[in-house]
Write a protein that binds this ligand. Structure first.
Ligand SMILES: Cc1cc2nc3c(=O)[nH]c(=O)nc-3n(C[C@H](O)[C@H](O)[C@H](O)COP(=O)(O)OP(=O)(O)OC[C@H]3O[C@@H](n4cnc5c(N)ncnc54)[C@H](O)[C@@H]3O)c2cc1C
Length: 458
């Protein structure tokens, strides 16, 4: 692409090759800037990446899209892979009292026998109210636990929504703001063609790597440089420029740095950030994810997304991927994620994989008494520390700005996504936003290239 006439080109360094970093890098390259992207991990894609299995690929962590995910759909269309997006029914269930209750719509809710009818009705009316509500601002000052207890009563809260909050946020369950919960209910409605219809969710043919690989391709076509397996170790301000030292010992000079790393990592990379901004970064708290993926010869249940409402079960949910994308895509094998969110000092972050598997087996047998470890051909355990930012009360006041106080340093990470919950769609959105912001700062003269890059790519 020929760079557009206009402001001089910038040398842009993007830290992180997840969806946010790739989107930002694509936008900068499209606008003719000279881009280098560094990804510390062994492959691009960050939390959304997939790894090879059985002649195809599957995500390290289960992934789907909601029908409200317009930014990512638009990006996929733009880069020519819109046809790879498929929308499929995604049966939801709730496990309580040793039983799986289907929970894919209003009729299922009426049959949710683990709570009395009056509680089901209260949950139903509250769900309807939350689905209709657009003005989420007054939910900023109340926790989900406070608001939901009032709305559905203590018993229904403890058995259903409270159980889910506890399963995901552990001891911090009562700190989560109602905004977060409202958004979860609201988004799921968006994925239903009508109120009574069942949900459909989106998946990308060939896994999310189809998007990640195509993005890498279009970025490279615009002349940008992508370095995989290379981290940024030290960044120093030299006059009007940033000097980046990589883990390979290379030194690269940039006018602009866009970091997509978790907030506490940014605070460590840039110790000179002013204290008030740094406090926003170090104040960000994330739940970690410990996800076990089983490759089996048989299916565990008929549900795709099974929420666990039984507090004695040690995991948060079971996501049977092959009840969404059929086993015919995986040589007849079934893929089942056992999901667990934990605090950063939780033993599951260091428990040996075989020990965790042995610990889970009796609980998998509670979900399906026929389940046997013999069904399992392979299993993997994946861990991610910055899996889920915890959205607490008055969160909007604590979000670090995309434009940091240091000149030429911008941030686009999952802790800035609000009021929506983090997700690949919103990483695309913040990648777009930060690229637009840099362009705006360049045009207004706030950003000046130290030494303009030569025209025609790097
Ligand atoms: C268990 C789980 C399930 C999920 N399910 C869904 C889902 O169903 N649908 C959905 O849309 N989203 C889902 N998500 C969320 C989604 O994957 C993330 O929100 C999104 O991928 C985040 O992208 P990102 O680019 O903002 O951050 P990341 O993917 O975290 O990317 C940041 C990158 O920066 C790199 N990095 C860090 N430090 C450095 C450094 N110094 N130098 C260079 N590189 C560095 C990291 O290696 C990483 O690749 C899920 C996430 C998890 C954990």
């Amino acid at each position: 692409m020929t760079p557009a006439a206009g402001p001089p080109r910038l040398r842009v360094g993007v830290i992180g090759g997840g969806i946010a970093g790739l989107t930002a890098a694509y936008r900068f390259a499209q606008r003719g800037h000279q881009v280098t992207l560094w990804e510390r991990g062994p492959r691009l894609g960050g939390q959304a990446a997939a790894f090879p299995v059985l002649d195809t690929a599957i995500e390290y962590f289960y992934h789907h899209l909601f029908m409200s995910d317009h930014d990512i759909v638009q990006l996929m269309n733009e880069i020519g892979i819109g046809d790879d997006l498929i929308w499929l029914p995604s049966p939801v269930g709730f496990f309580a009292d040793g039983k799986i209750y289907p929970l894919s719509g209003a009729f299922d809710l009426l049959r949710l026998g683990c709570v009395p009818l009056i509680d089901r009705l209260r949950i139903g009316f509250t769900t309807l109210y939350l689905q209709k509500l657009r003005n989420w601002r007054h939910f900023e000052q109340v926790t989900a636990a406070e608001w939901l207890r009032r709305a559905v009563g203590q018993r229904a809260f403890d058995r259903v929504w409270g159980a889910q909050l506890r399963a995901k946020f552990g001891p911090r369950y009562d700190q989560v703001a109602m905004v977060w919960f409202w958004n979860k209910i609201y988004l799921r409605t968006q994925s239903r063609p009508s109120l009574l219809a069942k949900e459909k969710l989106g998946y990308i043919r060939g896994s999310f790597n189809t998007l990640i690989d195509r993005l890498a391709e279009v970025i490279a076509e615009q002349g940008a440089t992508i370095k995989v397996g290379v981290g940024t170790d030290r960044l120093e301000r030299r006059g009007n420029e940033w000097l980046v030292r990589t883990s390979e010992g290379e030194e690269v000079t940039c006018d602009v740095i866009v970091a997509t790393v978790p907030s506490p990592i940014l605070a460590k990379l840039f110790p000179d950030l002013p204290e008030d901004y740094k406090a926003k970064l170090t104040g960000a708290v994330y739940q970690a994810a410990v996800t076990m993926l089983l490759q089996t010869t048989r299916s565990l249940s008929h549900i795709y997304w099974l929420n666990i409402g039984d507090p004695s079960v040690p995991f948060t949910g079971i996501i049977e991927h092959t009840n969404f994308i059929g086993p015919e895509h995986y040589q007849g094998r079934h893929f089942i994620y056992v999901s667990k969110y934990v605090e950063h000092d939780h033993p599951y972050l260091t428990t040996p994989d075989d020990q965790l598997f042995a610990e889970y087996v009796p609980y998998l047998q509670r979900i399906n008494p026929a389940f046997s470890p013999d069904w399992v051909e392979q299993y993997w355990v994946f861990r991610e520390y910055a899996a889920q930012p915890i959205i607490t009360k008055n969160y909007s006041a604590r979000i670090p700005e995309h434009r940091t106080p240091l000149p030429g340093l911008y941030l686009a990470n999952t802790a800035q996504i609000y009021p929506e919950d983090r997700g690949t769609n919103y990483s695309v959105r913040i990648g777009n936003v930060v690229a637009d912001l840099v362009e705006q700062d360049l045009r207004s003269g706030l950003l000046r290239p130290g030494s303009p890059a030569p025209a025609g790519g790097s």
